[in-house]
Each structure stands twice: as structure tokens, then as C-alpha cells.
Design a protein around this ligand. Structure first.
Ligand code: DC
Length: 228
């Protein structure tokens, strides 16, 4: 049975990563969360004061070769975690501050170029599930299976709000909804590789669909593509 490449794209908080992780586990494939890579570059830029109160995108671009990103498996958690220049930043990259600036950093062509190259390298032997915004359109336009996930902004903000509360962050639902809508706008209108459905992607609206049902359907699709 040959290994395939599975691309899962969609707006933020559509539950892409939950499905992608589960699918990778079930198929014994590698899972790559490309959003974590954009988030780690954003964290670097915030730490260096290249974005936020001051803005110095040029210095961020100059620093790109110095930004080392690695996914290192955490055996206890059964998942890989993001390391930025040798430091585990898995928790920090999920904070609201990073979420507020990541879409902006993701519009920088030089950042995208670096990360897309890394992603293509990770997927060169197939056997992986990668989630993001441009996986089916730019990173792996030849992926054998492409999924495009959507859900209403309210359904997504509710999920994200619960996640942040569980982590102990103090945020309001309105703030989260506003962030989700703002990111949707930036992600889908940016000039370089905007979020859009690849022509051959299968669309899933999961506003009212449970995780198990979605997983069953996507797993079934993957199995069919693999045996063919
Ligand atoms: O999937 P996420 O919400 O963690 O992604 C964070 C941001 O990174 C998102 O707002 C857009 C950007 N991103 C991107 O532009 N391209 C990708 N392949 C993945 C994420």
C-alpha cells in the first residue's frame, strides 16, 4: 500500500488540527501543523520587538536564516511540539498575543518562502497529513487527498474561547470572535497564497458535525484513495 499526502486547509479554529492529528495517528503518518511554524516566527518577531508596538519587518527578514524551527516528539503527550531556536515554545505560540499578530507575519513573502520550502522538504517522502491555509494550493498542489474545512465564525469562536479558558487565559468571547473574523479577512485577502479552496479539494462544513462523524468520513475517504 503506497503512502499518500493529505492536505487539510481551512479557516482558523475549524478543528483542522484535531482531525489531522487523529488521521495521522490512525494511518501511522506524520502530522505537521504549519500554523505552529507561522506562530513560532511571530513569537520570535514579538520577542525581538519587530512587531507589536514597534514594527521592523526588514529586520525580521534579515533574521530569517537565524530562526531555527523544529518539531520534536513528546513521547508522554504522544505529539510533536514546536521548538524555536532550541526552546520548547508549544504553549507560548498558542497565546492570544501571538494569535493577534500571526496573520500579519504570514503575509510576508520571505517568511512564506522559507516555511513552504521547509514543509515541502518534510513531505518529500509522503506519508504525512499537513494542515494549514495553502497546503493544497501551494505547498502540495499534487496531494492525493485535499480537504477544505469550514465552519461558521460563531461556531469557531466558541471552540477557541473554550480552549483559551481551559488554558487559563482571561479573554472575552467578543474579543475571540473579533480575532477570528479579523484573521479570516487577512488570511483570505492577502496577496501571497491567500486561503482558498483548491479546485480538487473536498469541502466539509463542520459547524454542526461532531468530531467522530467528521473523522469517520475523512478516514474513509483517505482509505479509498490509499487503496486505489
Ligand atoms: O492554523 P493556525 O490558526 O494555528 O494558523 C495561524 C496563522 O498562520 C493563521 O492566521 C494564518 C497563518 N497560516 C498561513 O498563512 N499558512 C499556513 N499554511 C498556516 C497558517
Amino acid at each position: 500500500m503506497g503512502k499518500i499526502t493529505i492536505a487539510i486547509d481551512g479557516y482558523s479554529s475549524t478543528g483542522k488540527s484535531t482531525i489531522a492529528k487523529k488521521l495521522a495517528n490512525a494511518l501511522n503518518y506524520i502530522y505537521v501543523d504549519t500554523g505552529a511554524m507561522y506562530r513560532a516566527v511571530t513569537l520570535y518577531a514579538l520577542n525581538q520587538n519587530y512587531i507589536g508596538e514597534n514594527e521592523d519587518i526588514q529586520s525580521l527578514i534579515v533574521d530569517l536564516p537565524k530562526i531555527d524551527l523544529k518539531f520534536i516528539p513528546n513521547q508522554k503527550l504522544g505529539m510533536s511540539e514546536m521548538y524555536l531556536n532550541g526552546e520548547n515554545v508549544e504553549r507560548e505560540i498558542r497565546a492570544m498575543q501571538v494569535s493577534s499578530f500571526v496573520s500579519k507575519v504570514a503575509t510576508i513573502p520571505e517568511v512564506r518562502h522559507k516555511l513552504v520550502e521547509m514543509q515541502q522538504q518534510m513531505g518529500k517522502d509522503k506519508g504525512l497529513v499537513m494542515d494549514g491555509r495553502d497546503i493544497g494550493t501551494v505547498v502540495f498542489p499534487d496531494a492525493e487527498l485535499k480537504i477544505y474545512m469550514t465552519a461558521s465564525p460563531k461556531a469557531r469562536a466558541t471552540r477557541r474561547y473554550k480552549e483559551l479558558l481551559d488554558r487559563g487565559e482571561i479573554v472575552s468571547y467578543e474579543e475571540v470572535l473579533e480575532n477570528v473574523q479579523k484573521r479570516d479577512f487577512i488570511d483570505s485577502t492577502r496577496e501571497v497564497s491567500p486561503l482558498r479552496k483548491a479546485e480538487d479539494a473536498i469541502e466539509f462544513d463542520n459547524s454542526d458535525m461532531g468530531l467522530e462523524e467528521q473523522f469517520e468520513r475523512i478516514y474513509d475517504l483517505a482509505q479509498r484513495v490509499i487503496v486505489n
